[in-house]
Design a protein around this ligand. Structure first.
Ligand SMILES: [Zn+2]
Length: 230
């Protein structure tokens, strides 16, 4: 009897130490109708050289990078106005949000391709963005991680943002994002005890909201580069 009680108590204690799926995503979202543009990912967001995204998700990415140990390996995939092709060719499925610059592939900063401690923060990010499998928290449209083929701990995390329908290589008319200012004010994900996570990054001074808009290519539109390739 006694043993059972202890076991039960232990189980209870354990259950509450686990992160729990309750640390759901952003507390609010908004729709950005600002003009889109494919821009280089700013240096404040660790990334593979040359990676670009639609500028409208840059503030969200920066916010994420300040809280999770991310390294972006791919963003926009497609042609630029100058004809140059960037991003991973043939890596993404048809209708992938990568073709609109509204998706990123993420690995653990300083991690390897083993699902080890370096990936803890990425798993936390994945659970935050998608507390329940196949039910991403707004504004995320699709989250690819554990449970999704070719994604997961030790492989990569895919995050994409909800947006207006857009053809390949076109900028979406609107993008759903989470307001960074509000997010900043909102209390930190308090709920769960976080065991190993001491990600207390001395909150870096609030970044200027403006993305490094100092993009060379003047032309905004990435709209339909000539070839409709399969
Ligand atoms: Zn992806």
């Amino acid at each position: 009897m006694r043993k059972l009680t202890i076991a039960a108590a232990l189980a209870t204690a354990l259950c509450c130490l686990l992160p729990g799926p309750a640390s759901a995503g952003p507390t609010s979202t908004r729709v950005s109708y600002a003009a889109g543009e494919i821009v280089p990912i700013p240096a404040s967001i660790p990334h593979e050289e040359g990676d670009m995204v639609d500028r409208r998700i840059v503030p969200n990415l920066r916010w994420i990078a300040q809280r999770f140990p991310i390294y972006v390996t791919d963003g926009y995939s497609g042609p630029l106005p100058n004809g140059e092709h960037i991003g991973c060719r043939g890596c993404h499925v048809r209708r992938s949000d990568h073709y609109n610059g509204l998706a990123v592939d993420i690995v653990a900063l300083n991690g390897s391709n083993r699902c080890d401690a370096a990936w803890t923060g990425i798993t936390r990010l994945a659970e935050w963005a998608e507390p329940l499998q196949n039910k991403p928290a707004a504004p995320f449209r699709w989250v690819g991680y554990d449970g999704d083929a070719h994604h997961g701990c030790g492989h990569h995390l895919h995050l994409s943002w909800e947006h207006a329908p857009a053809a390949h290589f076109e900028l979406a008319e609107w993008v759903s994002v989470f307001p960074v200012r509000l997010q900043d004010v909102a209390p930190h994900p308090r709920g769960g005890t976080k065991p190993g996570q001491t990600k207390q990054k001395a909150t870096p001074p609030t970044p200027k909201a403006k993305p490094a808009a100092a993009t060379p290519p003047g032309g905004v539109s990435t709209v339909q580069s000539g070839g409709v390739s399969p």
